[in-house]
Design a protein around this ligand. Structure first.
Ligand code: DGY
Length: 332
C-alpha cells in the first residue's frame, strides 16, 4: 500500500509508518509538485498526505484511482481539499486538530506586538544604517496593554490568543462566533458580541475562523469602514477571509492603522501594494511553524493513515463525518 506524502515532513511521522512493512512510503522532497507531477504521483496511491498549498480538487481525487482510501491533511485547515468529491467517492478526509493551538496563538501575539510597536519597520531602519541619534518622536505606536482585542472565531486558537492577551497584557477580550463559549467568558471575562460591535470597538481585530462560504470575504470594504481609524487587523486564519483589495484600500486611505498577515488571498502570491506598505507586517504562513507543532502534525496525519490502511477503521480525526462508516468493512 503506497502512501504519497507530497512534501518532506518530520521524521517522527515517518518512524510510525516504518513500523508497517506493508506500507510503501513515497515522500517527495524539494519544491511543491506541479499539477502535472501531482496527477502522476497520486495515481494508484492508497493514502495521500497533502500539505497546505496542494490543491486537492476533483481532478486530483478522480485521478488517484480506486485505491485511494484517505486524504490525511497535514494541517488543521482542509479548505484545500474538495470535501464533496472525497465524500461522494467514500474517501476519508482527516486533519490534525489541536496540535498547533499554542503555536498559532503565539504567532498572532507576535504579529500584534510587531505591528503595533513597529518592530519590522524599526529593524529595517537599523539595517539601512539610519539610526544616527536617539529621537523622541520616531516609531511611536500605541501601548497595547489594556486595549481591546476582538477575536473573530473563538475556537481553540482564538481562545489561546485571548488567554495570553488577557493574562499577559490585561486586554479586554470581545469575540464573535456562531457558538457560545461560556467557559472562556468566565475565565477570561470575554464577551460575545456582534460582528459590527466587535469591529467598532476593537483596537486589534484578530481572525481565527475557518475558511468556508460564510467566511469568504467576511472582512471587506464595509467592515473596514466600521473599524476604528487607529485599529489593526491580524490574520493567521486563511487569506480569503479578508478581501485583500479592500484591505489595500483601507490601509492606503488610513481607514485602519495597519495589518499583520500570515496568510494571503492568492497564496503564495502577495499583493505588491502590501509589499510596499510600512504599516503592514508579512509572514509566509508560518503561524504553526514551531518544531513541536510540526512533529505533532506529522504524527497525527500518519496516525490517521494507519487507522485506515492498517487498522481498517475510520481515521481518528475524521473530517467528513457523514461518510458511511460501513464502508470500512470493504477496505482490503
Ligand atoms: C493549518 O494547519 O491549517 C495551518 O494553517 C498550517 O499549519
Amino acid at each position: 500500500m503506497r502512501v504519497l506524502i507530497t512534501r518532506e515532513i518530520p521524521q517522527a511521522g515517518i518512524n510510525i509508518l516504518e513500523q508497517y512493512p506493508q506500507i510503501e512510503i513515497d515522500m517527495r522532497k524539494g519544491p511543491p509538485l506541479s499539477r502535472e507531477e501531482m496527477l502522476i504521483a497520486v495515481k494508484g496511491a492508497d493514502a495521500l498526505i497533502p500539505v497546505i498549498p496542494d490543491k486537492i480538487d476533483s481532478e486530483i481525487i478522480e485521478g488517484a484511482g480506486k485505491n485511494l482510501k484517505i486524504i490525511a491533511a497535514y494541517s488543521v485547515g482542509y479548505d484545500h481539499i474538495d470535501l464533496d468529491t472525497a465524500t461522494k467517492k467514500e474517501i476519508y478526509v482527516s486533519n490534525t486538530p489541536g496540535d498547533l493551538t499554542e503555536s498559532v496563538g503565539e504567532h498572532a501575539l507576535s504579529l500584534m506586538l510587531t505591528l503595533a510597536r513597529r518592530v519590522s519597520e524599526a529593524d529595517r531602519f537599523c539595517r539601512a544604517k539610519k539610526y544616527k541619534y536617539w529621537d523622541p518622536m520616531i516609531f511611536l505606536g500605541p501601548k497595547i496593554s489594556e486595549k481591546t482585542l476582538g477575536i473573530i472565531g473563538f475556537g481553540r486558537i482564538g481562545q489561546h490568543f485571548a488567554k495570553i492577551a488577557k493574562l499577559g497584557l490585561g486586554m479586554r477580550i470581545i469575540y464573535h462566533d456562531v457558538l457560545n463559549h461560556p467557559e472562556a467568558e468566565k475565565t477570561l471575562g470575554a464577551e460575545k458580541v456582534s460582528l459590527e460591535y466587535l469591529l467598532e470597538n476593537s483596537d486589534f481585530v484578530s481572525l481565527h475562523c475557518n475558511l468556508c462560504e460564510e467566511t469568504k470575504h467576511l472582512i471587506g470594504e464595509a467592515q473596514f469602514k466600521k473599524m476604528k481609524p487607529l485599529s489593526y487587523i491580524i490574520n493567521t486564519a486563511r487569506g480569503p477571509v479578508i478581501n485583500e483589495s479592500a484591505l489595500v484600500n483601507a490601509l492606503k486611505k488610513g481607514i485602519i492603522a495597519g495589518a499583520a498577515l500570515d496568510v494571503f488571498e492568492d497564496e503564495p502570491e502577495i499583493n505588491p501594494k502590501l509589499l510596499r506598505m510600512d504599516n503592514v507586517v508579512l509572514t509566509p504562513h508560518i503561524a504553526s511553524a514551531t518544531r513541536e507543532a510540526r512533529i505533532q502534525m506529522a504524527r497525527m496525519a500518519v496516525e490517521n493513515v494507519v487507522d485506515v490502511l492498517v487498522n481498517k477503521k475510520p481515521p481518528r480525526y475524521l473530517v467528513n463525518k457523514t461518510l458511511n462508516k460501513e464502508k470500512i468493512s470493504s477496505i482490503s
